[in-house]
Design a protein around this ligand. Sequence first.
Ligand SMILES: Cc1ncc(COP(=O)(O)O)c(C=O)c1O
Length: 396
Amino acid sequence: MATIKYGLEIKFGTQYGKEEEEAILRVIRNNAPTSGDECICFENNYAEYSGVKHARLVSNGSSALFLAMIGIGIRPGDRVLTTPVTWIATAAAPATLGAEVDFVDIDLETYNIDASQIEAHITSNTKALLPVHLYGQPCEMDEIVSMANKHNLLVVEDAAHAIGAEYKGKKVGSFGAAGCFSFHEQKNISTLGEGGIVVTNDDGIFETVSLYRSHCTRVHGHSTKYCKLDEEKFPVGKKFWWQDFDDCGYNFRMTDIQAAVGIEQLKKVDTLNQKRILNAAYLTEGLKGVAGLTLPKVKPYNKHVFHLYPVMIDTKEFGMNKEDFIYSMLNKYGIKVGFHYIPLHYSTAFKNRGFKKGQFPNAEKLGENLVTLPINPRQTEEALAYMVKSIKNLQT
Ligand SMILES: Cc1ncc(COP(=O)(O)O)c(C=O)c1O
C-alpha cells in the first residue's frame, strides 16, 4: 500500500487537545470510575445541546440503537423500516431483538431514505421508522414524522453521522421517540475511540434505556445513577440495600474518562463541524465541472455536517469505475478513499432474510458508483488542493 499523504484518510479525523488531556488526568486522579459524575455532566450538556429532555451515555452507537429499540418496545414479529444504505448496526438493532427489518430505497439526491416510498412498505406489523442521517445530511423529517403519525409508528433517528446537524433549524435526534449518536473514532467528535448516546424527550423510554444499559438494576451506588431509588424497595435510611433486577440486561455503560473527554469534545463540535463544512465547500468548488462526478447537494433547509463527502462516479463519463478510482487514488497518490456503503441487502445477513439484488435500484446504484472522500477537520487547504488535483489527474 502506498504511504498516505497529508493523512488523507477517513480514519484521521479525531482531534484532541490540551483540554482533553487535562480532563483525562482529572479523572485518573479521581480513580477513573465507570459511569459517574463526568457521565452525568456530559449527558446534561448533550441534552441541552440537542434540545431534548434526556440523554443517556452508552458504550457505542450500536448499543445506543439496540437500547433505543428496547426503549420503544420492539419485540419479535414487529417490523421496522430503514434504509439499505447504512452501517449494519442500524438494521442489526431491531433484527437482534427478533424484529423483521424491511428496507426502503433511497433518494438519489440526498442518499437518505426516500420518504415518499415509505408508505408502500407499511404493514399491520410495522412498529417503527429508523431513518439514518447519512453522511451528515438530515433526512426529510417533516414527511417522516407525518407518515409515522398517520400510521401510529415510532421514529428513532440514527444520527451517528450527524452530531450537530439541523433540519429546519432543529437539531437531529430530537424529532422522534429517540435519537442515537456514535462517538466512534471516525465520527465528528469522539470519546477515545468508542462511545454513544441515546437522546429522548420521553420519560418512559429514558428509564427503560437507562435500566437496560446497566443490567436492569435499580440499585444506586453501582455506577447506574439513572433514576431515583425505588423508595418501596430501598427505604431511605435503611442500613442494608437489597439488590433487584427488573429484567435481564447487559452492561453498555460508558466510563467517566471517556465522558470527561466527551465534555471537551462537545465544546468544540460546532467549530469542528464548521471546518468540515468549509472543507466540503472547497472540494465542491474544486471539483465542479469535472465530467462524470456528481457532488453532494445540500437541501437549503438542512445544516449538513459532512461526516463524509460523497461523490457519485459515472464510469463512462469519468472514464473509470469506482474500484479503479479507489485503487488509483491510494496507489498513485496515497489518498485513502472510502466506500460507504455496500447496500445491506447484498450482505449474507440480509440475503438470508430473503432480500435479493434488484429490489432497491437507487441503493444499488450508490453501492456500485459512490466513493467518500476524507474531509475531516484535520485536512489543510494544501491537502485538499492535492486531493482535487489528484482526482483531476486520474482523467489524464
Ligand atoms: C450510520 C451508523 N449507525 C450506527 C453506527 C454504529 O456506531 P458504533 O460504531 O459507535 O457502534 C455507525 C458506525 O459506524 C454508523 O455509521
